[in-house]
Design a binder for this molecule. Structure first.
Ligand SMILES: Nc1ncnc2c1ncn2[C@@H]1O[C@H](COP(=O)(O)OP(=O)(O)O)[C@@H](O)[C@H]1O
Ligand SMILES: [Mg+2]
Length: 358
């Protein structure tokens, strides 16, 4: 056990006489979480359980107070820096993905709780499971994980609030309530995204007139795009007539692609989305192209993995659902992207059949 001085054996208890063996320290030693307690006064590591010691071992040397602070809380300047505490952080460190949060206790100690959230293998099997759709338990475990994080955070926020509700100022109380509300919206957003799972059960394929569909679709999205300063250009080949698709699915596919393009265009110069629709063999080919941030090769390999997202508020479900919907309509999807240049998503869906009515 890495207790560096006896008076700190039980930092939570505020007492030096809580007995030589602190039961809490023993629990912390065996728990599946990394726990580090940093003392601000003496700038020292007061406590580090073996899980944490194992993670932050630098060759044979453990990282010290300053190194840990620089690694885990680079934004920290002083105790009153409320912003760096009670948040969820993610860090890649020595081939592990770590999720951690820091809490300040009586202005003297920083507690850092660390989880190993690498789970790379679990995510890979999750992606395979979705492709074959025959092992839903992987999907559920992913969903549980995604819902678990915000719910834990709500629980923590509310319990801190409950303990302090009488001595917090109204504006601090409001901050805590706002934080809980933000997490609740995240849960709602996720549930909304999951709703899309059920609508591709049995697609209703019809002959859709592509020029009309496109006009209606662009008129629905253009005001949002214009208010973000994005130019939208439509290029429709006169050869394109009908497409064999489920109108709700096609709409959702297009919306997902436009949403990603518009996210990628945030803070870019001359942001533009081009929707180009052409005919190739028996297919209608829809290109959605943006001049946004683009993606590296490595990012592109992760695109269709459920819950893979680079956005603080993303779900990482958009492209997986999009691909599934396109497959349901007997089409396919390709993505070409270069970092800092832009991304082109190509969706090919069979054209409508001559003898069917729209
Ligand atoms: N047009 C695009 N330009 C740049 N990156 C993109 C684009 N489309 C998707 N991505 C990347 O793929 C990730 C996964 O997208 P998606 O499955 O739609 O989930 P989400 O949008 O919720 O993050 C995004 O977080 C982003 O990093
Ligand atoms: Mg998306």
């Amino acid at each position: 056990m890495n207790l560096t001085s006896e008076e700190h054996i039980c930092p939570l208890s505020n007492s030096k006489n809580s007995g030589n063996s602190c039961i809490y320290a023993e629990i912390m030693e065996t728990i599946d979480l990394g726990i580090i307690v940093l003392g601000l006064k003496k700038q020292e590591i007061v406590f580090k359980n073996s899980f944490a010691a194992d993670i932050f071992r630098d060759n044979d040397d453990s990282l010290g107070f300053r190194a840990l602070m620089a690694l885990l809380l680079p934004g920290y300047k002083r105790e009153s820096d409320f912003e760096v505490f009670n948040k969820n952080y993610v860090l890649w460190y020595k081939n592990r993905l770590l999720g951690y949060s820091a809490y300040i206790i009586s202005d003297r100690f920083i507690w850092i709780i660390i989880r190993d959230i690498t789970e790379k293998r679990r995510l890979e099997s999750l992606a395979e499971a979705v492709n074959s759709m025959d092992n839903m338990s992987y999907v559920f475990s992913g969903i549980r994980h995604e819902l678990g994080n915000p719910i834990n955070s709500i629980k923590m926020t509310l319990s801190v609030l409950k303990k302090n509700v009488t001595n917090y100022s109204a504006s601090s109380v409001e901050k805590f309530v706002d934080r809980a509300m933000t997490e609740i919206s995240r849960v709602e957003y996720l549930l909304q995204a999951l709703k899309s799972f059920s609508i591709f059960e049995s697609p209703d394929l019809r002959n859709i007139k592509m020029p009309e569909f496109l006009t209606r679709f662009i008129s629905l999205i253009s005001s949002d795009l214009h208010s973000s300063g994005i130019t939208i250009t439509r290029v429709l080949s006169p050869q394109v007539n009908t497409i064999s698709a489920d109108p709700r699915l096609l709409h959702q596919v297009m919306l997902n692609l436009i949403t990603n393009a518009s996210d990628a265009l945030e803070n870019r110069e001359n942001p533009e989305i081009i929707i180009n629709v052409d005919k190739k063999d028996e297919f209608v080919v829809i290109n959605v192209e943006d001049n946004g941030c683009g993606m590296s090769e490595e990012m592109q390999t992760n695109l269709f993995k459920p819950f893979y997202t680079t956005k603080p508020r993303g779900t990482g479900l958009g492209l997986m659902i999009t691909l599934k919907m396109i497959t349901q309509m007997k089409g396919n999807l390709q993505i070409k992207s270069s970092p800092d240049v832009g991304t082109k998503v190509t969706v090919s869906i069979p054209e409508g059949k001559q003898d069917e009515q729209t």
